[in-house]
Ligand binder design. Structure first.
Ligand code: PMP
Length: 440
């Protein structure tokens, strides 16, 4: 049955499908960190809906929350009219926001994906400032709609599309493959100095920007955490120059990196915080939270039919409460450190792991070609073929992981925040096996 379903979908669905090609499984049920396929096989899920399922598959409290709304007779959709469900969700969400934004935030429901929320944040920044340039970073991923794609760094996916001329791209700190040599652009002072020079240079090709947009830990870009000092330097210079700072926490939010919002670790408070994925508890939901003084749009200035789905708010409410009540941010930090230690141990025994990095339960392992010479920073060339072989060997052994990074050579681990130590250890065992198999 599974093979027939896979074959039919491959015929019927657009070739633009992404995950279906790398994950030839047909999930029929799922619970906690585990997915069961139509063939009866169980898989440990270290992708978790691309980081969406903070509390794992079908957490009883999340399912109960959705069921309660369904059975209550409440309307499933009422545009963006007030409902008790929305009231409860917005109160809970507002309480999670970083201090400095929590006191008087405005919440804008977007409809209903991460890319939509990025679009809204950029548009609002254009309106607020009356300016046009946006500062974005190499390796950035913000979504696949036109505005979000313009600030995304991944050129191959946008080559055939008209590019937005108003984006100025800056180097994101990526110590392992730093274009300025070891420590170079990771250094807060050098980066901040470079941005300031660019903005002050009459021939720098940029006028005063409408916004700076960044991820605290780049996800699709290869799990690259920004150093705290660098984030603070970006915050300081954007504040001083009146440039709104948009922090995209679509992937890093809701406890994944060890704090509820990843920007909290550095003590950085964004002007706009973009959220999606885990805030909907597995159902589509996206919100931009911003300072009240940026709320300049007139009613209808940014409309949308599906904003704030009632069931997604129910699932999201239960998820936010679970993360809070069970200390899942802290837990992500602890089990993340366990995984990080295990991955570093694996790395010491092989030449094909170039770098291990990440925060909490957002971890990356960069696979390199041991037969090719390192560049002047000491990093060997990325090896996408070997990374794909490792992902496939993991799947054969019952572990689902994803690839990412500039060259698709980074193994990405994004398990639910509820994984047990035993599940973490099992994933490490499988990864060690799969890496050893691809290691020569
Ligand atoms: N921003 C970030 C940081 C993301 O990781 C993603 C999705 N991976 C998006 C935006 C886009 O979200 P969506 O796929 O829901 O449009």
């Amino acid at each position: 049955a599974a093979a027939a379903i896979l074959a039919r979908q491959a015929t019927r669905e657009s070739a633009a499908r992404t995950y279906a090609r790398s994950l030839p499984i047909v999930p029929t049920s799922a619970t906690g960190s585990w997915i069961t396929g139509a063939d009866g096989r169980r898989y440990l899920d270290f992708l978790a809906g691309a980081g969406t399922l903070a509390t794992g598959h079908n957490h009883p409290a999340v399912v109960a929350s959705i069921e309660r709304v369904l059975r209550s007779g409440a309307p499933l959709h009422v545009l963006d009219i007030a409902t008790p469900q929305k009231d409860a969700f917005t109160e809970e969400l507002a309480n999670t926001l970083p201090v400095g934004l929590r006191e008087d935030p405005k919440l804008l429901f977007c409809g209903p994906t991460g890319a939509d929320a990025v679009e809204a944040a950029l548009k609002l920044a254009y309106t607020v400032t009356g300016r046009q340039n946006v500062l974005a970073f190499t390796g950035a991923y913000h979504g696949m709609t036109a505005g979000a794609l313009a600030v995304t760094g991944n050129v191959p996916v946008k080559e055939p599309l008209p590019t937005a001329a108003s984006v100025v791209r800056l180097p994101f700190p990526y110590p392992y493959r730093c274009p300025f040599g070891v420590g170079g652009a990771a250094s807060a002072e050098i980066s901040a100095h470079y941005v300031e020079q660019l903005l002050d240079d009459p021939c720098g090709g940029i006028t005063s920007p409408a916004a700076m947009i960044l991820e605290v830990v780049q996800g699709e870009g290869g799990v690259v955490p920004a150093p705290d000092g660098w984030l603070r330097a970006m915050r300081e210079l954007t504040s001083r120059r009146g440039i709104p700072l948009i922090v995209d926490e679509v992937q890093t939010g809701v406890g994944r990196t060890g704090t509820f919002w990843a920007c909290e670790r550095a003590g950085v408070v964004p002007d706009m915080l973009v959220m999606s994925k885990a805030i909907g508890g597995g159902l589509p939901l996206a919100v931009v939270a911003y300072r009240a003084d940026l709320d300049v749009w007139a009613p209808g200035a940014h409309a949308g039919t599906f904003r704030g789905n009632q069931l997604a708010m129910a699932a999201g409410l239960a998820t936010l409460r679970l993360v809070r009540d069970h200390g899942l941010s802290d837990r992500a930090g602890v089990v993340g450190d366990r995984l990080l230690a295990g991955l570093n141990h694996i790395a010491r025994g092989t030449e094909i792991v170039g770098d291990v990095r990440g925060r909490g339960l957002m971890l990356g392992v960069e696979i390199v070609d041991p037969h090719r010479e390192p560049d002047r920073t000491g990093a060997r060339p990325p090896d996408a073929t070997r990374a794909a072989a490792i992902r496939s060997a993991c799947l054969d052994r019952g572990l689902i992981i994803e690839l990412g990074g500039r060259h698709d050579a980074v193994l990405r681990l994004l398990p639910p925040l509820t994984i047990t130590d035993d599940e973490a250890d099992l994933a490490l065992e499988i990864l060690a096996d799969a890496i050893a198999l691809s290691g020569t």
